[in-house]
Design a protein around this ligand. Structure first.
Ligand code: VTB
Ligand code: MG
Ligand code: MG
Length: 322
């Protein structure tokens, strides 16, 4: 993959953030998702890739959404897998809460897991813990191992988890051991990524969230030198069949970083929609909209922050002219 694709991918997440920022705080999700998805698809048309969507907005071919298997790009560049979440954290966007962002990743064809839209059990950590932990180990063991490897007591360990009833036992257990628990309203892509950021404030991310988000987070953690393991959690026969159809023979297998995000080059891009732990949200100043994005490359480990200023009337005109 040409490295220029990194900037092209930022354009894609910027487009989705710009298209959906007017929905922030308005309480309804569908309009925002539709606008972000359409903007992403339009922008992808100009990118030099022969892309196949492996992670999209929905699997069920509900045009005009980006569906698994859909071909994107201008058909001229390399064959790549495309993973997107046009809005990661639509509920946060609707409620004007932190950490709503637009996310996309690409990698050479066949590198990214084609995941079904079901839950996934996750364990993410930063570079200092890479290769030391296992999703198969009981939580107390993982917490002990992490604390020991980081050279600090359990009382100084901080884990992040989505605040959901299904995580109550984990949360209570961790707290009983003295571990600090950061509860997230939503957004486990940033929850997992934060473990690998220098001032991310958390050591581990645990718990279950969306499998598509797991693949996206895994790409970012590969680029950041961290680690990510996942296990799909099919709950019904229909979901198990869905896994098989996607070529996942054993849906209960623990997936390692390379199973999810490959071992070749990969590019991850994200643009903030609301202010968050990593990215600033879209802000407006007169006729101009400011975006803050980050783009990561697995091949080189580069972390690039991109602050862009977009001329709003021009954006609107371009959108209207199709
Ligand atoms: C998960 C998580 C996402 O929504 O998909 C979550 O991965 C939905 O989980 O980051 P619940 O069913 O428990 O609400 C996000 O938090 C936001 O898309
Ligand atoms: Mg989404
Ligand atoms: Mg999401």
């Amino acid at each position: 993959m040409e490295r220029e694709l990194a900037l092209e991918l930022v354009r894609v997440t910027e487009a989705a953030a710009l298209a959906s920022c007017s929905f922030v705080g308005r309480g309804h999700c569908d309009g925002a998702d539709g606008a972000a998805t359409e903007a992403m698809r339009e922008m992808l048309k100009s990118v030099d890739i022969r892309g196949t969507v492996v992670i999209g907005e929905g699997e069920m071919d509900e045009a005009p959404m980006l569906a698994q298997g859909e071909q994107v790009g201008n058909g001229h560049g390399p064959d790549v897998d495309v993973a997107v979440d046009p809005i990661e954290g639509t509920t946060m966007l609707a409620k004007a809460l932190p950490n709503a962002m637009s996310v996309a990743a690409i990698a050479p064809r066949g590198q990214l897991l084609t995941a079904p839209d079901i839950y996934m059990e996750k364990l993410a950590c930063g570079p200092r813990l890479r290769g030391l932990l296992s999703l198969d180990a009981p939580l107390p063991v993982t917490l002990q191992q992490a604390a020991q490897a980081l050279g600090k007591p359990l009382q100084e360990l901080t884990i992040a988890v989505l605040e959901r009833d299904r995580h109550r036992a984990h949360i209570e257990l961790a707290r009983r051991l003295g571990v600090r628990v950061k509860l997230l309203a939503g957004g486990d892509v940033i929850g997992a990524i934060a473990t690998a950021l220098p001032r991310g404030g958390t050591d581990l991310y645990i718990g279950s969230g969306g499998a598509p988000e797991g693949v996206l987070a895994a790409v970012a953690l590969r680029c950041l030198g961290g680690d990510f393991q996942g296990r799909l959690l099919p709950e019904t026969q229909e979901q198990r069949d869905r896994c098989l159809k996607l070529g996942i023979q054993d849906p209960t297998q623990t997936l390692q970083l390379h199973d999810l995000a490959g071992n070749d080059d990969a590019i991850f891009a994200a643009t903030g929609i609301t202010d968050g732990d990593w990215l600033n949200g879209v802000t407006r100043e007169g006729d101009y909209l400011h975006t803050h994005s980050v783009v990561l490359r697995a091949g080189t480990g580069t972390i690039r922050h991109v602050n862009a200023i977009h001329h709003r009337p021009l954006q609107v005109r371009l959108a209207q002219s199709g």
